[in-house]
Write a protein that binds this ligand. Sequence first.
Ligand SMILES: *[C@@H]1O[C@H](CO)[C@@H](O)[C@H](O)[C@H]1NC(C)=O
Ligand SMILES: *[C@@H]1O[C@H](CO)[C@@H](O)[C@H](O)[C@H]1NC(C)=O
Ligand SMILES: *[C@@H]1O[C@H](CO)[C@@H](O)[C@H](O)[C@H]1NC(C)=O
Ligand SMILES: *[C@@H]1O[C@H](CO)[C@@H](O)[C@H](O)[C@H]1NC(C)=O
Ligand SMILES: *[C@@H]1O[C@H](CO)[C@@H](O)[C@H](O)[C@H]1NC(C)=O
Ligand SMILES: *[C@@H]1O[C@H](CO)[C@@H](O)[C@H](O)[C@H]1NC(C)=O
Ligand SMILES: *[C@@H]1O[C@H](CO)[C@@H](O)[C@H](O)[C@H]1NC(C)=O
Ligand SMILES: *[C@@H]1O[C@H](CO)[C@@H](O)[C@H](O)[C@H]1NC(C)=O
Ligand SMILES: *[C@@H]1O[C@H](CO)[C@@H](O)[C@H](O)[C@H]1NC(C)=O
Ligand SMILES: *[C@@H]1O[C@H](CO)[C@@H](O)[C@H](O)[C@H]1NC(C)=O
Ligand SMILES: *[C@@H]1O[C@H](CO)[C@@H](O)[C@H](O)[C@H]1NC(C)=O
Ligand SMILES: *[C@@H]1O[C@H](CO)[C@@H](O)[C@H](O)[C@H]1NC(C)=O
Length: 839
Amino acid sequence: MLLTRLAGALVPAMAFLSCLRPESWDPCVQVVPNITYQCMDLNLYKIPDNIPTSTKNLDLSFNSLKRLGSHSFSNFSELQVLDLSRCEIQMIEDDAYQGLNNLSILILTGNPIQSLAPGAFSGLSSLQTLVVVEINRTSLEDLPIGHLQTLKELNVAHNFIHSLKLPGYFSNLPNLEHLDISNNKIQSISQKDLQVLHQMPPFKLSLDLSLNPLDFIQPGAFENIKLRELTLRSTFNNTDVMKTCIQGLAGLKINQLVLGEFRNERILEKFDKSALEGLCNLTIEEFRIAHFDDFTEDALGVLNCLANVSTISLVSLDLDNLDGLPKVYKWQYLKLTNCNFKHFPELEFAFLKKFVFNANKVMTSFTKVTLPMLEFLDLSKNHLSFKGCCSHINFGTTRLKHLDLSFNDIITMGSNFMGLEQLKYLDLQHSSLKQINEFSVFLSLKNLRYLDISYTNTKVVFPGIFDGLVSLEVLKMAGNYFQNDFLLDIFTHMTNLTILDLSMCQLKSVAQGAFSSLLKLQVLNMSHNNLLSLDMLPYKNLSLHVLDFSFNHIVAANGQELRQFPSSVTFLNLTHNDFACVCEHMNFLQWVQDHRHLLEGAEQMMCVKPLDMQGMPVLSFRNATCQLSKTIISVSVLSILVVSVVAILVYKFYFHLMLLAGCKRYGKGESTYDAFVIYSSHDEDWVRNELVKNLEEGVPPFQLCLHYRDFIPGVAIAANIIQEGFHKSRKVIVVVSQHFIQSRWCIFEYEIAQTWQFLSSHAGIIFIILQKVEKSLLRQQVELYRLLSRNTYLEWEDSVLGQHIFWRRLRKALLDGKPWSPEGTADAESSQHEATTST
Ligand SMILES: *[C@@H]1O[C@H](CO)[C@@H](O)[C@H](O)[C@H]1NC(C)=O
Ligand SMILES: *[C@@H]1O[C@H](CO)[C@@H](O)[C@H](O)[C@H]1NC(C)=O
Ligand SMILES: *[C@@H]1O[C@H](CO)[C@@H](O)[C@H](O)[C@H]1NC(C)=O
Ligand SMILES: *[C@@H]1O[C@H](CO)[C@@H](O)[C@H](O)[C@H]1NC(C)=O
Ligand SMILES: *[C@@H]1O[C@H](CO)[C@@H](O)[C@H](O)[C@H]1NC(C)=O
Ligand SMILES: *[C@@H]1O[C@H](CO)[C@@H](O)[C@H](O)[C@H]1NC(C)=O
Ligand SMILES: *[C@@H]1O[C@H](CO)[C@@H](O)[C@H](O)[C@H]1NC(C)=O
Ligand SMILES: *[C@@H]1O[C@H](CO)[C@@H](O)[C@H](O)[C@H]1NC(C)=O
Ligand SMILES: *[C@@H]1O[C@H](CO)[C@@H](O)[C@H](O)[C@H]1NC(C)=O
Ligand SMILES: *[C@@H]1O[C@H](CO)[C@@H](O)[C@H](O)[C@H]1NC(C)=O
Ligand SMILES: *[C@@H]1O[C@H](CO)[C@@H](O)[C@H](O)[C@H]1NC(C)=O
Ligand SMILES: *[C@@H]1O[C@H](CO)[C@@H](O)[C@H](O)[C@H]1NC(C)=O
């Protein structure tokens, strides 16, 4: 009972404890060791102890610091960036940042500061950027920043400041470039508010007063004030207020004036062109206006006052045409973005150098413009179509250097950029190019450095497509395709090319010398193609740094390709290919291991084959298994070879071996027979009636070994021949006849005899030529012929005298080496006995 209660109390307590996250349990993220730490949103109430003092960049945002006492950061004298956004800081005491002499950026956004001590920012001798957005300030006087001489940017947006009374200390901030007081409560601006601006460096300060509820500017307040930029967006809630306020700006000299609203902060109820009349009393260099729904072409007339400005930027206005614009304007840069033009406007500006006309959703075709000074033309992201593009006639200028026709509709090539030889940059991407294979479209562009024809639905058929582009340094042609998916030799004259993008081109193969003249090529992108190998050599002479072959079907590379690999490459991307992790490609796989330092995402290179390696990293391949199986294979092949050779030899010389073994066993002087007779069965009659009778019954009697009589039954004939015949006989008698020579068995026997003779030195072979055998037949048995000439041989005669001589010679030959025994009876008896038992 007590135990369960205890447990009931302990479990929630422990759960609660585990939810508590003391700082030591959850340390800050070390972004750059000893330099950058991110401690965002960790419920910290003080700076964690484990932050090293060498830290330069510390993010403590979204914690609960509440109060910054003096010398709060003195342990971090190296700090350069300190972010204290939304730390619930209510109080900053004197010398809070003392010691942060290197602090350059201090961010205090979103702290409900109630007490800001006069010495709060003391120390900060290098501070350049102070962001005090949304810190519950009601006046600029509140900010004790007069001593921050290095300050360049002060952002006090989103506070409760209701006066633009700039305190005197601004004259001590000679470096101040940006003062953002937007989104405050300023309603009116009087002359005395801005007195201090006269003491500040001219044309240096940019002042942003957007999102203040301005309703009055005292005329003359800005008289002779020289600002770099003044921004007044979403500031006026009606045309009258706008009109009087702009008139109040009279006398202001300014580089850039920005008017308009924010896309999501529309407060002007109705725009009337009269609101801008006061602009005539300003001196303006650049004028921008954005997001006025009611600003139509009718209002363009008021831009009369801006006839001498250099830059006009009209963004997100409801313009249909530019008819209200006089042609004599001195404008040099005109930007028309996201306006609702239905047709391409007629343009004729004598001084215009740069014209940007994009995202205007025009659905028609481009009509010619006359802009004789034009150097920069950006017509991207409209739905324009071009017929007979392009020559100097289209643009009325020969000075064009930058031409961007990207993200448009159909561009039909009709001219080879004649008169536009100055062009350095040409972007046609994501427009649809027509007739690009008809002729050398870019022939005139010998100064072009940059060409982008990516995703232009171009099918490269014509080898001369890039003729003339001798200075080209960057060529992007991703997302196009080639005839037969084969990359032609089309880059021959581009000797200065450094970046080439051929990704997503469905390429299957590449011409042998396609890249050989690109000696300066540094980046080659062949990713997302259908290449099977890296064999687009020679690479070796190229100075490539980055090679992207990802997303192809490369299985492996052979040694030749790898040897050609340029040593200059520092990034190689081979991810997403069809690598085969098999021993056959061991060299390549080893190469991958050795070059993993230059392989981008080497860990993500996956095997596709074989099945059991599918999805495994290429780096996990071990070549040891290859060596193992290699040795296994070679060892087994070798042993099979040896075994079969031995088997063949044994098979072939089986009897010879037996003979050899027998020699050892029987030794010398063990002979039972005087002679072993080899004969053909056809000659058996002669052997029985003549040979046996004459030799065994004569004096002395000779004991012959005859297979029909002396062989042991049940023993293989061959074994008998050897054991009984050869080993137990002193001599061998070979009865040679026509039949003998034709009998394979006999020939075999006599071959063994030959070996036997070779093995036992005392042995002798006696040949009896029974019939005259044809010499030619004899010669077929070369060995026999040789033996005949080397050994005793007797010819059987038919005459009585001849037979007598024959027998005498035969006996003499048999007597040779016969041990003397009285009449040889013992031998005769034993053999007789043997013969009887064996039959
Ligand atoms: C960080 O600083 C500590 C002490 O100053 C030093 O021992 C360590 O090597 C430093 N680490 C790095 C990565 O610089
Ligand atoms: C500064 O560091 C010392 C020693 O590490 C420590 O005792 C002191 O409390 C630290 N000061 C602050 C303001 O954190
Ligand atoms: C930090 O400031 C000191 C002088 O206050 C200076 O000597 C040192 O070079 C600065 N360090 C850096 C990294 O700026
Ligand atoms: C702003 O500061 C004042 C005191 O100056 C305080 O009364 C008020 O509550 C603060 N507002 C916020 C939102 O903290
Ligand atoms: C415009 O601003 C003035 C002064 O801030 C205010 O009195 C008026 O109600 C506002 N008008 C509209 C339509 O918001
Ligand atoms: C320009 O300012 C003068 C007085 O400085 C004034 O008389 C004139 O009406 C102003 N012009 C416009 C268009 O506001
Ligand atoms: C523009 O400059 C010309 C002379 O350069 C001058 O006559 C003309 O009044 C000026 N226009 C405006 C609106 O300032
Ligand atoms: C190629 O580049 C070199 C050095 O940048 C330059 O001197 C040379 O004129 C260029 N060649 C061509 C044909 O533009
Ligand atoms: C190569 O092209 C692909 C697709 O066009 C792109 O994602 C990749 O970043 C490019 N590689 C390099 C090295 O620029
Ligand atoms: C590489 O350059 C050398 C001389 O720099 C040249 O002899 C050799 O033929 C070139 N190799 C290839 C394949 O172009
Ligand atoms: C391949 O790696 C390069 C190099 O570092 C990288 O820039 C490129 O985007 C990668 N390619 C793809 C298709 O991700
Ligand atoms: C196999 O790998 C080892 C080291 O991993 C390497 O030393 C050896 O050269 C490789 N063998 C072959 C044939 O690549």
